[in-house]
Design a protein around this ligand. Sequence first.
Ligand code: FMN
Length: 201
Amino acid sequence: MSEEQNLINSNKKPLDLFKEWFEEAKKSEINDPNAMNLATISNEGKPSSRIVLLKSYDENGFVFYTNSNSKKGKAIFSNTNVALNFHWKSLNKQIRIEGTVTIISDTEANDYYNSRPHGSKIGAWASLQSEELNNRNILINRVEDYKKKFQNKNVPRPSHWNGYLVKPNLIEFWQDMPFRLHDRLEFIKNKENWVSRKLYP
Ligand SMILES: Cc1cc2nc3c(=O)[nH]c(=O)nc-3n(C[C@H](O)[C@H](O)[C@H](O)COP(=O)(O)O)c2cc1C
């Protein structure tokens, strides 16, 4: 195949390209093809990053779930600018996304929360995510307490456990090419339209 045929097709829409690559990754990654790095900025302007799981996506953006009282939750509260990064080692591909975050509707978050295993629902209540844990037994006891509290009852979604939608304003597709002459295609949102350009590696 010529190099030309291997290059990322600039005529595709970014969401279609994302879907194509993500579906490819689902087949080849040994685990968590939906794992993505989430970078946030604190109210002091300090960056911080961690992995979260992409749970859904469409033309509105990319959704993950987390504890709003966590470090990332607090950062997003004061600065809604975030960046996402997927690196699929099995494909030698990377996708970078920049955008702004909003909390999704209670209905959507409830639907996802209710689909989770009982233990994960209890965990969402028991974990004070990102706070100091002096002794793991404290966590285990909190799990036991919530198990008792919700015994034979529906476990409701805690109000601090939310879904976040990253609405992208930039999406870059990167693929490995010989001699580090990698192929990069960047899309930037201009009002409602995506404008693309190739970047030097
Ligand atoms: C593969 C993987 C998937 C993860 N998925 C999530 C997730 O979907 N939501 C979440 O809150 N934390 C997830 N975590 C844990 C986060 O990386 C992080 O430790 C936690 O959210 C606390 O981050 P913070 O202190 O910056 O808020 C995941 C970690 C790994 C390694």
